[in-house]
Write a protein that binds this ligand. Structure first.
Ligand SMILES: Cn1c(O)c(C(=O)NCC(=O)O)c(=O)c2ccccc21
Ligand SMILES: [Mn+2]
Length: 236
């Protein structure tokens, strides 16, 4: 049997621990990036896609960001996002995805050089496919506590004509990572300045679900700073 079949056969816990040890820890440790294909398997992956498509159809997504915006170019509606905890009823498979990524990250704990303590809600993002993308940026440039970016892609039959590549520019390296947003692909990378990245213009609807995992200490310090700021503003 192929590795995938056997990994399907073993209970998720064991399989997740194997993934953590064989992929996540070594790849995040060396490249700062880790790609896991066939993360949920086709059936569960399609189930998540159905939940996200339903969400998109239900108008729950905010209006797309105004991208472009150059005076000459009419502003283009960019990505639309909505935040889901996963425990809400109606999204059981989204909830399963997040519980799997939680277990994956927590089974790395101690071997990643950061202490994971909590995460954001799941950000479900949809690019409308009108050529909009996302400019080059760092997710966490100033120590807001986020240490691992975890993105699950849902784009069935994706090919390069569709655009929407995620291009990462690992700091201090002269090589870029071009990551196709393939269906059932899970991507992990350090959220800080080590991984500036951009979403290239995309020409078909592009769905992705992102969760950011917090480093306990950095998150606590960020909260103190934030509370201090709030207190100062209140007192001033
Ligand atoms: C819609 N969207 C994003 O797509 C990415 C991002 O880096 N995406 C990478 C990707 O989808 O491959 C973001 O980092 C992001 C941050 C805040 C709000 C929306 C955001
Ligand atoms: Mn980003």
């Amino acid at each position: 049997p192929t590795e995938t079949e056997t990994s399907r056969a073993t209970p998720p816990e064991i399989w997740i621990q194997q993934l953590a040890r064989s992929c996540v820890i070594p790849h995040l440790g060396t490249l700062g990036i880790c790609i896991l294909d066939d993360f949920l398997g086709t059936d569960l992956g399609r189930g998540v896609l159905e939940e996200v498509s339903w969400l998109h159809g239900s108008g729950r997504f905010g209006a797309g960001r105004l991208a472009g915006g150059l005076s000459s170019v009419p502003t283009v509606r960019g990505d639309q996002v909505t935040w889901i905890e996963g425990s809400e009823d109606g999204f059981p498979l989204l909830g399963l995805l997040v519980s799997r990524t939680d277990r994956l990250i927590l089974s790395c704990v101690g071997d990643l050089g950061c202490r994971i303590g909590g995460r954001t809600k799941a950000m479900v993002a949809c690019y409308p496919g009108n050529g909009s993308g996302y400019v080059r940026h760092v997710d966490n440039p100033n120590g807001d506590g986020r240490c691992i970016t975890c993105i699950y892609y849902l784009n069935y039959g994706w090919d390069s004509r569709h655009g929407g590549l995620l291009r990462i520019f690992p700091e201090g390296r002269n090589r870029v990572a071009n990551i196709e947003p393939f269906f059932d692909r899970l991507l992990l990378f350090w959220s800080d300045r080590r991984n500036p990245h951009e979403v290239q213009p995309t020409y078909v609807t592009r769905y992705a679900i992102t969760v950011w995992y917090f480093d306990t200490e950095e998150r606590a310090r960020a909260k103190e700073r934030y509370m201090g700021l709030a207190a100062k503003n209140l007192s001033s």
